[in-house]
Design a protein around this ligand. Structure first.
Ligand code: UFG
Length: 324
């Protein structure tokens, strides 16, 4: 069985659905602070609780025959992490340490970790490969970076093998429309644009129009949520075949500015989106674009939905018919 921590969240729930379709047996641990019960298939057990709770973790590891842990749970609002850093270090780093210690206690040695392009900080070059220096510029990125360092130490000390997947910007939704992105509050660019298109918000605020980019707005590499799910499955397979611990960047290698994403969303939904130019948001690097060559060659990762218009169609279709 695979223990999926944060399996009721946006990325975790898409992995659960994907892995279940591949025949994996799964159990989810989620405190439902941001996750949604409704996003889980009825036959996947949900344990509601905190990953930092050592007694609960002992209960989970003794109750279920867990062979691997796939860990998605994290607070992930970059802006909030700048003003409330302790929340991020405590949950994303310290509570993760409790998970790793429980794995060591229960002799479970395969771990897939949701890391982030936010561990890199400002780009020295793009596309960014795994050798790019890591110097995060916000506590969210640091909280993930610290776990990456801890993982190296736990591998050396306890033989806990891991794959850390550094996603760039997760986007899109399950193509069948059963699950999708639902954050409260929602701050991510694509759902906010669609909500503005539907009139659920007055407009989309463009955070910063004076960046050193061709149109002055930030550039990001958007990656489909199911392609991220596929990478997790491949990473776990690789670990279980005996490969050593490793780090991979996941993205499509193409950057889109905020203004370009707004234009592409207008095309996807056929509606105009009112824009308000606003000041920069703290903690935002100007440009993040992945080189995912290593994931392609080493993991055999083949994104199925790399095209931005497909990603946006899936996101739009979810936004119109969302169930939670
Ligand atoms: N943006 C706006 N207006 C908005 C929302 C976002 O202009 O209303 C801009 C942001 O300033 C940024 C870009 O759109 O330039 C994308 O912003 P998102 O909030 O959608 O995503 P981030 O780039 O902040 O994503 C980052 C990291 C991810 C990480 C994620 C966690 O790139 O690795 O934060 O939420 F997982």
């Amino acid at each position: 069985m695979i223990l999926v921590i944060g399996g009721a969240g946006y990325i975790g729930s898409h992995y659960v659905r994907y892995a279940r379709e591949q025949g994996e047996k799964l159990v989810v641990l989620d405190n439902l602070v941001y996750g949604h019960k409704e996003s889980l298939p009825k036959d996947v057990p949900l344990i509601e609780g905190d990953m930092g709770d050592a007694a609960l973790l002992d209960h989970v590891f003794t109750t279920y025959p867990i062979r691997a842990v796939v860990h998605f749970a994290a607070f992930a609002y970059v802006g909030e992490s700048v003003i409330a850093p302790a929340k991020y270090y405590q949950n994303n780093t310290v509570a993760t340490l409790a998970v790793l210690d429980a794995m060591v206690r229960h002799n479970v040695r395969s771990f897939i970790f949701s890391s982030s392009c936010a561990t890199f900080g400002n780009p020295h070059y793009v596309p960014m490969d795994e050798k790019h220096p890591q110097d995060p510029i916000n506590p969210y990125g640091e909280s993930k970076y610290f776990v990456e360092r801890i993982l190296r130490a736990y591998d050396t000390a306890y033989g806990l093998r891991f794959v850390a997947l550094r996603y760039f910007n997760a986007a899109g939704a399950d193509p069948e429309g059963v699950i999708g992105e639902s954050h409260d509050p929602e701050t991510h660019l694509i759902p906010v644009i669609f909500q503005a298109a539907m009139g659920a918000r007055a407009n989309i605020k463009v955070f910063g129009t004076d960046y050193d980019t061709p149109d002055g707005t930030c550039i990001r590499d958007y990656i489909h949520i199911l392609d991220i799910a596929q990478a997790h499955a491949l990473a776990l397979k690789r670990l279980e075949e005996g490969d050593s611990s490793d780090f991979f960047n996941l993205g499509n290698g193409q950057g889109f500015s905020v203004r370009e994403v707004i234009a592409a969303c207008e095309k996807a939904c056929g509606k105009p989106v009112p824009i308000e130019e606003a000041p920069r948001r703290a903690g935002d690097p100007p440009r993040l674009i992945a080189s995912a060559d290593k994931a392609h060659t080493t993991l055999g990762w083949k994104p199925q939905y790399a095209d931005i218009d497909t990603i946006l169609q899936h996101a739009w279709s979810w936004e119109q018919n969302r169930r939670y």
